[in-house]
Design a binder for this molecule. Structure first.
Ligand code: ADP
Length: 263
């Protein structure tokens, strides 16, 4: 039986088609957030990649910041529940999940069975989020996808003292004008994100193993800086940006008529 999970985020829309609650048949990431055509494109894209029509899907579940805007789904679930479920599926031993998306940071504490025991979130400020990195990449005149490689070329970490995105942007511009190397500045930007996120992890309580989800987990520089700050290894799955959609597809499977009910 096929199920579909859709994650309508602030910055991107993701969809996963799952067979029998265990095998990923197709997955799509559209770099458009809620309030755009991103959700429809992710949904249709995943069906096209799986080579099936909507009729072949037994049940759909939608999650993410923009979930209330997508009326066609059979059910809606919170991002916290879906990230917990998706991450427990890919890393059953993970107890601390750091999810950094386009506009928020969440730290989830999971029990041995994958149930959500506790969570901590950033306040409304963009510091430590994907938005902060997107702004910094624009100032550095590079793509956000390039930040990880730039960080790897750093010879030193140029620290950024402002946490506020607007002030940090001015600070980076001023450092650029005094000829600081872009890789060193990039490492400083990542260190600033890591410090901010580590504060949330310590508030939630660090229990190993630690894993990361969300689009920012694709940035190897942030992962490197966070490992250093937390003094622990961090698991990053290649599908890290899709785990919310995966969790939604797993919920849709559990909730199929006659399907497996959650424990
Ligand atoms: P949301 O679910 O809130 O829409 P995502 O989990 O998709 O957010 O994360 C979006 C963020 O991930 C972007 O703001 C960007 O900083 C980062 N990101 C996305 N793709 C990449 C990539 N290939 N490399 C590095 N960072 C990325």
């Amino acid at each position: 039986m096929l199920t579909l999970g859709l994650d309508i985020g602030s910055t991107s829309c993701k969809a996963v088609v799952l067979r029998d609650g265990c095998k990923i048949l197709a997955e799509t990431v559209i770099p458009l957030g809620t309030g755009t055509v991103g959700a429809r494109q992710a949904f249709d894209g995943a069906l096209a990649e799986a080579g099936i029509g909507f009729d072949a899907i037994g049940r759909t579940c939608v999650t993410g910041y923009g979930r209330f805007t997508f009326k066609e789904a059979d059910e809606q679930k919170s991002e916290l529940s879906c990230h917990a479920k998706g991450m427990h599926f890919v890393y059953p031993d993970a107890r601390t999940i750091i999810d950094i998306g386009g506009q928020d940071v969440k730290v989830l504490s999971l029990g041995k069975n994958g149930a959500l025991a506790n969570f901590v979130m950033n306040d409304k400020c963009a510091a430590g989020t994907g938005r902060f990195l997107d702004v910094m990449a624009r100032v550095l005149n590079v793509k956000v996808e390039e930040l990880g490689d730039l960080d790897a070329q750093a010879q030193e970490v140029v620290s950024i003292s402002s946490t506020c995105t607007v002030f940090a942007e001015s600070e980076v511009i001023s450092k650029l004008s005094s000829n600081v190397r872009i890789p060193d500045l990039t490492a400083g930007i990542h260190a600033s994100v890591a410090k901010r996120v580590a504060g949330l992890v310590f508030r939630a309580g660090l229990v190993e193993k630690v894993a990361m989800s969300g689009g920012v987990a694709l940035n190897k520089g942030v992962v490197r800086a966070l490992k250093k700050e937390l003094k622990t290894d961090i698991l990053v799955h290649p599908d890290c940006q899709l785990t919310g959609a995966l969790g939604a597809a797993l919920y849709a499977f559990d909730d199929l008529p006659g399907g497996k009910k959650p424990a």
